[in-house]
Design a protein. Sequence first.
Lengths: 1100, 377
Amino acid sequence: MPRRSDLSSVLVIGSGPIVIGQACEFDYSGTQACRVLKDEGLRVILVNSNPATIMTDPEFADATYVEPITPEMIEKIIAKERPDALLPTLGGQTALNAAVALHEAGVLDKYNVELIGANIDAIQAGEDRETFKDVVERIGGESARSRICHSLQECLDAAEELAYPVVVRPSFTMGGSGSGFAHNEADLRRIAGQGLALSPTHEVLLEESILGWKEYELELMRDGNDNVVVVCSIENFDPMGVHTGDSVTVAPAMTLTDREYQRMRDIGIAVIREVGVDTGGCNIQFAVHPENGRVIVIEMNPRVSRSSALASKATGFPIAKIAAKLAVGYTLDEIPNDITAETPASFEPTLDYVVVKVPRFAFEKFPGADPGLTTTMKSVGEAMAIGRSFSEALQKAMRSLEKRGVGFTWAGGPGDKDELLRSVATPTEYRLRQVQQALRAGATVAELHAATRIDPWFLDQLLLMEETAREIAAAPKLGAELLRSAKRLGFSDTQIGEIVGKSAEVVRELRYALGIHPVYLTVDTCAAEFAAQTPYLYSSYDEETEVPEGARPKVIILGSGPNRIGQGVEFDYSCVHACFALSEAGYETVMVNCNPETVSTDYDTSDRLYFEPLTLEDVLEVVRAEQLTGEVVGVVVQLGGQTPLGLARELKAAGVPIVGTSPESIDLAEDRGEFGRVLADAGLPAPKHGTAHSFDGARKVADEIGYPVMVRPSYVLGGRGMEIVYNETMLRDYIARNAEVSPEYPVLIDRFLDDAIEIDVDALYDGHELYLGGIMEHIEEAGIHSGDSACALPAVTLGNEDFERIRYSTEGIARGCGVRGLLNVQYALASGVLYVLEANPRASRTVPFVSKASAVPLAKAAARVMLGSSIADLRREGLLPAEGDGGTLPMDAPISVKEAVLPFNRFIDRQGEGVDTVLGPEMRSTGEVMGLDADFGAAYAKSQQAAFGSLPTSGAVFVSVANRDKRTMVFPVKRLADLGFEILATEGTAWVLRRNGVPARVVRKQSEGPGPDGEPTIVQLIHDGEVDLIVNTPFGSAGQSGPRLDGYEIRTAAVVRSVPSVTTVQGLAAAVQGIEALVRGDIGVRSLQEHAEALRGGEG
Amino acid sequence: MQVPAILVLEDGRVFHGRSFGARGETFGEIVFNTGMTGYQETLTDPSYHRQIVAMTAPHIGNTGVNDDDPESGRIWVAGYVVREPARIPSNWRAQRTLEEELVRQGVVGVAMPGTRALTRHLRDRGAMRAAISTEETDPERLRERVLASPRMSGADLADEVTTEEPYTLHPPEGVPTRFRVAAIDLGIKAMTPQRLAERGCEVTVLPAGTGAEEILATEPDGVFFSNGPGDPAAMDGPVAVMREILDTGTPLFGICFGNQILGRALELGTYKLRFGHRGVNQPVRDVHTGRVHITSQNHGFAVDAPTDGPFDTPYGRAEVSHIGLNDDVVEGLRLLDRPAFSVQYHPEAAAGPHDAAELFDAFCDLMSIQHAQPAKS
């Protein structure tokens, strides 16, 4: 069946901000879908609140709405655009839930919008556990024994019947949110309680434990002609009990016979038919009993998922792209396989390699959070690697994580075997390394299997690595044959160096002298049965390289590796833009990255894709392979964040041409002394600062600078360990908690500018001209990490004089540092002085936001500048506006507000309590949203709606602020009272409010306990759902009792109950403006295309 | 202790590896199989007789060997090429390791890194003769012997793989016997008669050389022609037998080699594919329903027939019923005026997906229609 001719426009829903469990894989799938639909001649209307996505680039849709993904806003878009159809299966659970809500609200019927790619019944059958169990039963499959519960009492009764431990799974939540193992009644009360609250249908499923069983996944696709193919099988290295998103996973399945695999395939196909997924992709999870093969169907997702993105990258079969084609009427056999060009998509990819995915965690950002891995997903990113054997792929994947302490190592001693065997029984992010160390310490496969339930075959592959390491250690000399066999098992030069007691450089030189290099093989979907047309390559120490001859000058772009807090999709965005811009400019673009979730690792993005770890060794080999087949003009390192930047100097030292800002200039900006001189030369002020090696030293520096001060360890970047200290007691406490402070690891102390406005600037510099991309004004005061702070563009409280000073300062820094390309500068404006906080001569996290808000493709322009174009050239070409820049936006330009999204609801401590939600100098957000509207209030309200759900327009506001904030709080709180909110406050705050004429009801602090007549504490009130907004600014030091603890309990209760919570007074002022806009009720929708038109109109 | 082994192709390409399985020397036509599961079924598939099979999936042997999954009484491949043989098996049904089994059955193999390079070579140059040796270290001398070894074209191998004595499979407990099927064993896989038996067929498996008269003497409701090794052009005997069966109007079903024999019986030509179809992911479209099945295939030869509609044959009109979507190869034939059809792929699917299992039902349907209206002649 060809494409349906009755469709002419389609609304696509994206997945919103990056959160744990729903990351940029949906940008990858959404981008593919938009591309396909546009190619098919359909008018594409897109809604996604996340500006840091490629899919929301204006060229990927005809009308792009960066608006909150709420039924109300989508209805406004539907009313305005009147699409024929809605495609909800490519935007994760968010899009699916939105589609169901629109259907239930009658919006789809009202506007005659057809749901394509999914139907409501199939969504319900896949998502509703009870319905799904019936489906499994009908097709002759088995589910785990279970009970559906709607109350805590039902849960307790069911658990008695099923026997502990039981699994708790809330219905309709994503990424396993709210699920967990209950080993006893106390566990159950806690997990089921939260699960009932989290589930939109207040429903949880209690299930028999299948802990330790083997876990598998199948990715299936079905077309309108009932053809079904299994795209990929995935086996979890970590057995049941660890969420698949947190597990090491392997494709294809490694330990199934054909009979067992085919049985799983039969069940999968029967399920997809019975559920009634009309067209598109679907993911089904299975558990298999390791001793008798009993197969249990765990769940299905009737949509494109994280696993399907992984499966697409693992096989070369683009699931989302095909799903979009199927949704508009094609059948699988009508769609060509991109990679072979001559065979159809109606086939099942076969792999002649092994793919391993490993998760990356961020527990260090959430001190106190339980580091144990459970059925709730906690990882923030992942790396994938491909090799011709499991060990090669696993080793590459582990080094792709770029995280100290989690990879395999042969340095130092392994530790005590028995202790390691005890540790591995609890899955944590360190387990795999502990398993490897246990093997080093002499543990057997049988012992490790008993402790972990990891399949013996996987353990034996690790043992093979260990045996090879021993062979290397015992060899009198590292000969070619031994070195080659170690490289075939994925050993890095660094690891081999550890074993033989030499540096990685020495091993590399030896390897080069012996002529041992990897070759590059193609991911071709067919195990080489047909020739591949798409150069999607991976390295292996195999026999025959498949790198094609280059035709044009090449530029290699280094990506940003696995997503982590502080380095996420925003950097991938810039890399993708560089690929697009440089391809258009006539270069052959070569992408290197190892993150399977991204658009950059879509083989359609660059001319050539290398799915490789971003380590010096791996990148040098890619450069070598490319140099052997043509001219490499340069390597781009400044767009992918810290990962490629960290390689810049060594790459340059190895003779690799780096384009754009030189590695020396990058280092200069990081070096306090050197950078201080640049500032001094340009006459720019910076806050006073100093360095200390002990508490006494720190006290002296702090006294000199004056409190408050910002303190941080010198050895980490990205705000790790950074805190604001208000007095000597807090300083002593900080030094005590950071025991590593020593001459080797000094602590850096900066003057903290209280009450300063923080300003973020992204700019472009070509050596002569500065192009100000955008000036962002932070809503939270300086001291909150810029990544966690909301900000507005154009700046809302700055004047022309400020803009000019910012331009002058930025240009001075750009010139002084020798920037060629992008530059991000953070300023603090305090008492009329513009202080330079820091400068980063590279793409920043805010580049996509600035590009969307100003309708200028900043990263594309940056890539061109790095390759030698001038800003004047780009203005002539039309890539940049002919005149003006982001510093000269018209006064009436619409306001864009960026808001950060934080993952606090994912983390609980060992006692099962939530972790603190206070914002600070350490970044903890996983993603961002953008609100765009004519004025600040409306734009801010949209950003809050998109990030957290709506701000309240009535009800009760609880206020409890630190003394220093009491003065500033009065006015906004009074405004809330005027708007009709009831004000609740703790005693001190209440008195201040009353004295200022604001009626406030006093409520009891948690530390005071319930009153004599049973008056509830504020925490109880929050849990009872009687508070609609919380304003709580932190005071006292972390980890102590008293006021700080009170605040902590309030904020964690807010997270559990999903009550909007404001932790700064500036945030409160913004919230009040947002609430006012909502009360006015005049919030509309406006597409980016209309926005760009308006901005262009404003210029002329 | 690792023993070196070499693989030498008739065009002079040499691969180095280490011995896997039995030591010694072996010759055969080298082909690649792209299945990621089912090595045990592949090894024991008689259609691989005289072929050296290279697996494109790198890890082989992970689930060991059990006594349930073989498709015949022995390993048939002439030699085995893998990349990463498992050191330990891991599966609840495993009884021993693959290497032990290869040694036990005297199958010479090689474990070598270059399996992908080999596949690319065969894809471009076609299947060819080859040898694996752990004894000869000089590739050139080994190549001379490869060049002296027999070719697959023109090979009649059915007699080497067929059963010596007829045997009968009964429907399993609880399944009533509905039909009697005579299955001609040209290299039959165990799953085929089992799939028929599950559907109520009492299957008598007959040796390849059985004449039409003997076949009909078993009073079959239907006759089945199996898969098997060798060149269909050399199969004059079975072609003649099939023609006699077609003359009687007895329902007839052929798989793989059986499809090629039907093609020849209909006076269609057969030809050798460059590198054949060997794997479990081959898409095939049913020309009438438009449905696509993912099929298990193992064939180096194919039938040459018009794919643009029905054509005339000595047995009335016929049509190409199934087409391979990767390369438009004829994957099925059907007579329109007589109860006979065949497919080039393996609906019994061991190894492989079960998508085409309904073809056994179609055969049963033909037999039940024939029951209702006895044959004309």
